[in-house]
Design a protein around this ligand. Structure first.
Ligand code: FPP
Length: 247
């Protein structure tokens, strides 16, 4: 499938990469094999996004709730993320991709945090696609941390409660400086947000596709971008046609 028309592209696409486990099960494979195949799809979609000219791509790699999975699966998922950064960082950097990581960083053990920081530092000045990796991320946790930081400023006299605005809240979120997602895509047929970018999703278009993440590919991604391009976004206002009829 050809790349979609640039002027109608979403600036920011966020993806819930769901269905690795079900894909593995349906192929008689281990869940880890599903995640491994999922990582290959991550590579393909990052490239597709970058070639299409998308500004921001956010991937939900590991949620704050994923720690509840068996220890071996958690360790496999962390291992894959580390492998992705170790193997792909140089290529991403060469391709002018900037990496940002969102999610809670306190209490992360081992070498994962230094690696994430290295990825951010190395690519800090890149101006192509911004790849946002949501790791140890949960939207409610992100909002609670933002509220704590605002409450601290109020308690210490730096901020008046009446001066708290949506844009001040935006600036305290992990996504500060990143535009809200225009499109949130979820694979595997599940139709929910699962604690992903709840504040930022206020006006996002949602697209759910039936394929499990390991079966997702560039053509399906471009298909979703075309579907997005055909949607009319009103942000609480009126469409041009409605406005004309009403005047
Ligand atoms: C959901 O499938 C997927 C995840 C919890 C992890 C996604 C991780 C990857 C695609 C690999 C590495 C990521 C990066 C960014 C390099 P699931 O296990 O919940 O599937 P199920 O619902 O079918 O069990």
């Amino acid at each position: 499938m050809a790349q979609p028309e640039r002027s109608l592209l979403p600036k920011h696409v966020a993806i819930i990469m769901d269905g690795n486990g079900r894909w593995a099960q349906s192929h008689g494979l281990t869940r880890t094999a599903g995640h491994r195949k999922g990582m290959e799809v991550v590579r393909e979609i990052v490239r597709a996004a970058y070639e299409a000219g998308i500004g921001y791509l956010t991937l939900f790699a590991f949620s704050s709730e994923n720690w509840r999975r068996p220890e071996s699966e958690v360790s496999d998922l962390l291992g894959l993320l580390k492998l992705f950064i170790r193997r792909d960082l140089a290529d991403l950097h060469r391709d002018n991709v900037r990496i940002r990581v969102i999610g809670e960083r306190r209490n992360l053990r081992g070498d994962i945090l230094p690696l994430l920081i290295e990825a951010e530092e190395t690519t800090r000045d890149n101006t192509g696609l911004t790849l946002v990796i949501a790791f140890n991320y949960g939207s409610r946790d992100e909002l609670a941390r933002a509220m704590s930081s605002l409450a601290r400023d109020v308690a210490e006299g730096r901020l008046r409660p009446e001066d708290i605005t949506p844009s001040l809240i935006d600036a305290r979120l992990d996504t500060a400086g990143i535009p809200d997602p225009d499109l949130i895509l979820r694979t595997s047929g599940e139709e929910r947000l699962s604690n992903f970018l709840l504040w930022q999703a206020a006006y996002s278009e949602l697209i759910f596709v039936p394929e499990n993440w390991p079966d997702f590919n560039r053509d399906m991604f471009y298909g979703a971008l075309e579907k997005f391009a055909a949607r009319e976004r009103r942000f609480g206002g009126l469409s041009a046609q409605q406005a004309a009829v009403g005047s």
